[in-house]
Ligand binder design. Structure first.
Ligand SMILES: NC(=O)c1ccc[n+]([C@@H]2O[C@H](COP(=O)([O-])OP(=O)(O)OC[C@H]3O[C@@H](n4cnc5c(N)ncnc54)[C@H](O)[C@@H]3O)[C@@H](O)[C@H]2O)c1
Length: 392
């Protein structure tokens, strides 16, 4: 039997210059399974940082651009067997839609950081472009790549919890407890600037992760909510903290708490679901365990591992190692890349199976819109705007 070498999928990246957070995580995750090769980038507006990052990634000078428009144009003109196939967008939020639209227009697939856009209407415009242009679009909700999140989702779908009554999701961080935006911290600066982050700070930055996780595992859609947002740091222009009551389309209720001023916390995303027949609990900082509390039976801890027979197929196919060899954040994002690679190799268009896409992007923006509207309305309980295909 002869084997022909599998060609790597050619990746481009905007953002992710030296000192940035998520761009490097994307590069590591994309490399994990050997499916992708970074061929070009516009990593930073700073020419020096840009050249340095490109050189560290082993790129030739002609594939490194300071202007992302030039990157897209240059790649578009290259022969089909050389040009990038998938563009990763790892910039602050205000650039997600302009870059995604330009990339889709030029015929490239897009893997964008969240939130999808600055506003729901901007996301709807992007959705229209995507529908017209075709191409794959994925959204980097990293937490939806964790195997035990898929296990939880499967158990809910199988009815192991019975009808769900309560959803509680919380995402406390502590790093914005200080006014870092006034101390030269670039990550804090853009996250607290409405022109660069959008109408919400904390809720857009991490509340959308919590929201997406709750909807993904439960299969419910939040139909209305009641939010109280706060800004604890003096002079901060956007929320850095918020508590939200939720009601879902299937009659469950619950809470979503997101905060970046919980001093002492790291990245403590956690979800709990309670149904008629029991409960599930998952902590992102202990991602290889899923707690199952059946009604009137002892709690059991399901553990990650390709050798764990109790796990469903969807969870096992997202694992690489036997139990007791911890997998985490990089592998979760790598799972989204692996699904992306499979979709590109199959020649799919539209949604990427296994990867959150435009629908998730629209839901996330509807959540932000409802949360900010609820904050200012007297009624407080606020329906989520529609994210129907028609865009109304
Ligand atoms: N999926 C996740 O778990 C996760 C985690 C963190 C951040 N994010 C998202 O990723 C995005 C980036 O966040 P971050 O924390 O990495 O921010 P960051 O500030 O660390 O990095 C942003 C990068 O974008 C670059 N950039 C800005 N403008 C540019 C331009 N015009 N052209 C080229 N590069 C440009 C900056 O130079 C920097 O390298 C945000 O949208 C954020 O919400 C997602």
């Amino acid at each position: 039997m002869t084997f022909s070498p599998l060609s790597r999928i050619r990746l481009g990246m905007v953002g992710g210059g030296q000192g940035a957070f998520i761009g490097q995580v994307h590069r590591l995750a994309a490399a994990l399974d050997g499916e992708f090769e970074l061929v070009c980038g516009a990593f930073s507006r700073s020419p020096e940082n840009n050249r340095h990052t490109g050189a560290l990634c082993g790129l030739p000078a002609e594939r490194i651009h300071t202007d992302w428009r030039q990157l897209i144009e240059d790649e578009r003109r290259r022969p089909a067997d050389q040009r990038m196939q998938l563009l990763v967008i790892a910039t602050p939020n205000h650039l997600h839609v302009p870059i995604a639209e330009a990339a889709l227009d030029a015929g490239f697939h897009v893997f964008s950081e969240k939130p999808a856009a600055l506003s729901l209407s901007e996301a709807q415009r992007l959705a229209n472009t995507w529908r017209i242009r075709g191409g794959l679009y994925g959204l980097a909700h990293t937490y939806l790549g964790y195997p035990m999140v898929w296990q939880a989702r499967e158990m809910v779908r199988e009815g192991q919890l019975g009808r769900l009554r309560k959803l509680h999701v919380e995402y406390p961080q502590g790093w914005l407890g200080e006014q870092l935006e006034q101390q030269g911290n670039k990550q804090a600066a853009w996250r607290t600037d409405p022109a660069l982050a959008g109408a919400s700070g904390c809720m857009a930055d991490i509340g959308t992760h919590a929201f997406g996780l709750a909807e993904f595992i439960s299969g419910h859609r939040v139909s209305e909510l009641c939010a109280a947002l706060a800004s604890h740091a003096e002079g901060r222009r956007l929320d850095d903290d918020g508590d939200v009551l939720l009601r879902t389309d299937q009659g469950a209720s619950g809470t979503l708490i997101a905060s970046q001023v919980c001093s002492g916390e790291e990245n403590a995303l956690k979800v709990r679901l309670y149904g008629e027949r029991g409960a599930l609990e998952w902590h992102q900082m202990e991602p290889n365990s899923l707690l199952h509390r059946p009604h009137k039976a002892p709690m059991r801890v399901l553990r990650a591992g390709i050798d764990q027979p109790e796990l469903c197929q969807a969870a096992r196919q997202r694992l690489r190692l036997p139990g007791g060899h911890p997998e985490g954040y990089l592998e979760a994002l790598a799972n989204l890349y692996r699904d992306f690679a499979a979709a590109i190799r199959r020649g799919d268009g539209g949604d990427v199976e296994g990867v959150p896409g435009m629908a998730s992007g629209l839901r996330g923006m509807a959540f932000i819109e409802a949360v900010t509207a609820s904050q200012v309305s007297e009624r407080k309980w606020t329906p989520l705007p529609s994210t129907d295909e028609s865009g109304d």
